[in-house]
Design a protein around this ligand. Sequence first.
Ligand code: PNS
Length: 183
Amino acid sequence: MHDGRSPWRPVTAAYNGPTVRALFPGSFDPVTTGHLDVIVRGAPLFEELWIGVGRNSAKQPLFSVEERLELLAAVVAAAGVRARVVAFTGLVVEFARAQGIGCLLRGLRGGGDLDYELPMAQLNRRLEPRVETLFLAPAPEHACVSARWVRDVGRHGGNLTGLVPDCIRAAVERRLREGADRD
Ligand code: PNS
């Protein structure tokens, strides 16, 4: 029982009070319907949800940071979600600490994601124990959706209906076809 005098506090409370500001970090190269699912369902859980376009040093991005921010902004506006789209550089936990963000939000589709996400969450926790990572399971229809497959389908001229949000589908298909022509 917490008596108000005990030194014990949940980690986020020791830092920032109950988590009011969360960050969904990612490459968003480009934003998919799976990402949108996490954004739409995650936004009401927090007072503020920030969506952060970061740099994954293991990936060479196809869309520039500016393009990804534009696509995300269009998707968030069309969905009517209360969320803020930002770019960040450096470590995600450093950015979170600087912005008073107590929670990182990520989607978890299955075992493959778990193998990737768990060490990342544990590393982030080691770097900054006051920032928690929370996972949302995606709606089943998004379980097969990834930005990597979106890029592959789009480069081959495939239809991206249901893989990227409708409001950006034409722009993403065009951009991927142009990219494929240059390859
Ligand atoms: O969509 P992604 O590519 O899985 O997102 C990965 C991302 C951008 C969230 C991750 O690579 C990241 O946080 N990069 C910033 C640098 C960092 O903090 N690295 C340590 C944790 S992996």
